[in-house]
Design a protein around this ligand. Structure first.
Ligand code: PGA
Length: 229
């Protein structure tokens, strides 16, 4: 049976009360997440404590990390500070590239910080040029466990997902550019379309934004994702 990665990205959403309500809603389902699903949830940093005290420790990721080590970098959270807290980091999301000026060089510095402390970087890419740059600047990305999250820009948060076949073709190109890297598809994934992606040859799973915000909807998406594996 194929293992499927389902990564939820809350982005800049949820008050404290809303985060608690989500955890209350999802917790009863946690033990029923199918065996073939590798489930990852990435809330905002300040909600991590709620997850850690509610049995989610092994499933946690975050949405960003510093490109620097620890030290005098006000406001930053270094990769080594995340050890024992989060196992995954989303790096270089297109929203950060667009609104916060993240370049390929910054993204690769962040990736190196993650790899140095054994945290899995999940690097967001929208085209093969970004993949090639990553390969050039971090040649051991794949062998050290890094993954890609392929998100075509038009599909992010738009409700207009790319077709599973086109996503698979793009992933095929990335696999060729970066031998046997694990690739997730992201961009308007929902419970209604997720199985189209999870059955594709070159996709190892999905990244989910909007549809991860509701615990019931996200759990249904997970069940759908697992059923085709
Ligand atoms: P979306 O976001 O599912 O809301 O389109 C995907 C993402 O940006 O990870």
């Amino acid at each position: 049976m194929k293992n499927i990665i389902v990564l939820g990205n809350w982005k800049s959403n949820k008050t404290r009360a809303e985060a608690k309500a989500w955890i209350e809603g999802f917790s009863p389902k946690l033990s029923m997440v199918p065996q073939n699903i590798i489930f990852i949830i990435c809330p905002a940093f300040h909600h991590l404590d709620l997850f850690l005290s509610s049995g989610f420790t092994q499933y946690l990721g975050v949405q960003d990390v510093s490109s620097y080590t620890i030290g005098a970098y006000t406001g930053e959270i270094a990769a080594s500070m995340l050890k024992g807290v989060a196992r995954y980091v989303i790096v270089g999301h297109s929203e950060r590239r667009k609104y916060l000026g993240e370049t390929d060089e910054i993204v690769c510095e962040k990736v190196k910080q993650c790899l140095a402390v054994g945290i899995v970087p999940v690097v967001c890419v929208s085209d093969v040029l970004e993949v090639q740059k990553l390969k050039e600047l971090v040649p051991d990305f794949v062998t050290r466990g890094g993954m890609l999250l392929y998100e075509p820009l038009f599909a992010v948060g738009s409700g207009q997902a790319q077709s599973p076949e086109d996503a698979n073709n793009a992933a095929h190109k990335f696999v060729n550019a970066m031998n046997s890297v694990k690739i997730l598809y992201g961009g308007s994934v929902s419970p209604d379309n997720v199985d189209g992606y999870t059955k594709q040859e070159f996709l190892a799973g999905v990244g989910v934004g909007g549809a991860s915000l509701d615990p019931e909807k996200f759990y249904n998406l997970i069940l759908k994702a697992s059923s085709v594996a």
